[in-house]
Every structure is written in C-alpha cells, then in structure tokens.
Design a protein around this ligand. Structure first.
Ligand SMILES: *Cc1c(COP(=O)(O)O)cnc(C)c1O
Length: 349
C-alpha cells in the first residue's frame, strides 16, 4: 500500500470533478470573458464578504498580490517567523515588491495580537522602516495546522486599525479553520483587507487560488497578475474544478481532521512526547522527535519502505498531512506503520 501523507497538495482530481471541468463554459479570461472564472470570483468574494476576487494559478501569487497591494516598496510587512509568506515563497515580497519583512515567533504559530503589535512600527519617519501591514496565516501550516483564535484576530484588527495598519490573511487552509472552529467565512473575512484562498490543498482541485479584496484593490491586482506573467485564457476548466471543490469537497474536511486525530492519538499512545492530540486542530500532525534518538529525515526513511510517505520539517519534526485521497483504511495502515516505527525508535534508545 502507498499512502502519501506529505501534503494535502498531492490529491488528484476525481472522475466527477474531471467531468465537470470538461463541461465548463469558457472564454478568454484576460478579456474578463470566462463565465466560469467570473462566477467563481464572484462566489468566493461573496463568501468572505469582499467586493471582488482575482483567480490565480498559485497560492503564492495570491499572497504576493495581496501583500503588494497593501505594502509599498521599502515598507514593511510583519508576520510570524514560520509563516509561508516568509519561509516558502522564495523571497517573493522582496524580489517583486521591494517589501521588507520582520517577524515575531510563536509556538505552533499561534497568533497573539500582542506579539504582532509589540514589533509594529508605523510611520517611522526618515530613518527607520515603517510597518504598513500584518499578515496572519490561518490555519498555520508549519505550526501544525493551528487555528488562529478569532478573538486574537479581532483584537489585532482593532488595534492595528488604530495604528493605520492593514491586514492580509493567508487563508490557504481557511477552509480547515472554518470546518473545525465553526467560525463563518464572513467573520474571518471582515478582519482583513486582502485574503488569499487556495483550491488545491484540502479542497482537492488540481490548481488554483484567489485573492479577495475591494473592487479597487482587485483591479490593481489584475494588472500585477498580468505583469507577473499569469494572465490566463480559457481557465474556466480550472475554475470549474474549484466550484466542484467548494460544492462537494469542503464538507469532507471534517474527515481529514478526524483522521489526523486518530493518528495523533495513536502516536501519543506509543510515544507521548511526540504529540499532544489536543493540540492537533485540523489536518496536520507535526510529530516532535526531539526526545527520540532519530532525526526527522531518518524517521521519514524508516516508514518509506512500507509505502508511507511523510515529510521532514527541520531536524526534529515529521509533518503528516491528511487529505481527500486518504480514506480510513489508508489512515489505519499508515498509523500502524508510524506507531511501529516509533516503537522501534524507542527500543533503540
Ligand atoms: C500552500 C500554501 C500557500 C500557497 O502555495 P502554492 O504552492 O504557491 O499554491 C500559501 N500559504 C500557505 C500557508 C500554504 O500552505
């Protein structure tokens, strides 16, 4: 059996998703004439209470568009140390936007408004860099799928508005946060000026993200999307996959969360120091291997021969992500393999 738990990006489009894609009405999206793309943009903007949205080929581009709309060259974006925008977008904000970043560090990536506010330096005059925006990642990927508390988001919004700062949401997995917390998309959306969302993670579309904001901001973002070389033509076939994902796959995320809990409990029962199941909020399980005589890379190699693929994050963390293409049988098999590898590691101690 092969069970790929490296990421929720590894899903492949189902037959019924492919059929809907094949039937999608299309047009030239650079001319704004693809009806399926237009409907998707209107749909997701409305879901989050925003005026408009722009469809993008990647979540990184959706983030970069959002951030560059809010922050001018030479100005500063604040975010958490292990957030995707600063760790996994290859310096995009700096390279394309001339934007500098400064970070605060938070265990599990968990947002506390005070952490961001303490380092915010708006209107810093002619000597120091001025902060103009704060980015929040929800759920926090490298933090282990952490849901950001809505109270902290609301507090950060209130305080940062008072400082004249804008807020960007990296909502690649906002779907998981909503399903697990019950907080509505409108409630999440209202605290942010720009939002990126992603259809190709837990939702299982083959490609596609979007940036949501005001009409004026999205009009500007469309210019930048084209300038970045990402104007797309008859991409209604991809937007159709996103529509399908929202209709059919969104409610299924609760199963991913249940399976992540199952795995976390299993790992905890064998090696309690590796995971606290109560801290597994959504579909990502970050096994902490610091107290075991094995590195993350070695642990990945221990389970790979059994067909279980997991990721290493840093030296000591193994990242396991549940998704649409993992059913209960696959999860039980993977949990057996992982539990067995943990036992063998403990015995070698
Ligand atoms: C995956 C991801 C993105 C976007 O990634 P792409 O691979 O560019 O689509 C953005 N933010 C987070 C938190 C992610 O996990």
């Amino acid at each position: 059996m092969r069970v790929d738990l490296r990421s929720d990006t590894v899903t492949t489009p189902s037959q019924s998703m492919r059929e809907l894609m094949a039937q999608a009405p299309v047009g030239d999206d650079v001319y704004g004439e693809d009806p399926t793309v237009n409907a998707l943009e209107e749909r997701v903007a409305a879901m989050f209470g925003k005026e408009a949205a722009v469809f993008t080929p990647s979540g990184s581009l959706a983030n970069q568009l959002g951030v560059r709309i809010l922050v001018a060259p030479g100005e500063e974006l604040l975010t958490e140390t292990n957030s995707h925008i600063v760790r996994a977008e290859l310096g995009g904000s700096a390279v394309f936007g001339g934007i500098t970043t400064r970070t605060w560090q938070a265990a599990r990536g968990l947002l506390r408004a005070s952490d961001a506010l303490e380092i915010a330096r708006p209107n810093s005059g002619p000597y120091m860099v001025s902060t103009t925006a704060i980015a929040v990642e929800n759920t926090h990927n490298f933090g282990g799928g952490t849901i950001q508390p809505i109270e902290e988001i609301a507090l950060l919004r209130k305080e940062s508005l008072g400082l004249g700062l804008s807020m960007h949401l990296d909502g690649a997995r906002i779907w998981n946060a909503h399903i697990a917390s019950g907080v509505s998309f409108l409630e999440y959306g209202k605290h942010f000026d720009t939002i990126s969302i992603c259809f190709s993670k837990g939702l299982g579309a083959p490609v596609g993200s979007a940036m949501l904001s005001t009409k004026a901001n999205v009009t500007r973002a469309r210019v930048w999307r084209k300038r970045y070389g990402s104007g797309m033509r008859q991409v209604g076939i991809l937007a159709a996959a996103a529509h399908y994902a929202l209709d059919t796959n969104l409610p299924l995320l609760s199963h991913d969360h249940r399976r992540a809990q199952f795995l976390a409990k299993r790992a905890h029962s064998v090696a309690p120091s590796t995971i606290d199941p109560a801290l597994v909020d959504t579909n990502i399980v970050a096994l902490d291997l610091r107290e075991l005589p094995v590195t993350a890379a070695e642990f990945v190699e221990m389970v790979a021969p059994e067909g279980v693929l997991i990721g290493a994050f840093g030296t000591n963390f193994a990242r396991i992500v549940t998704h649409l293409d993992i059913d209960d049988a696959a999860m039980e098999y993977a949990a057996d393999v992982i539990a067995d590898a943990l036992k063998r590691t403990l015995m070698s101690k």
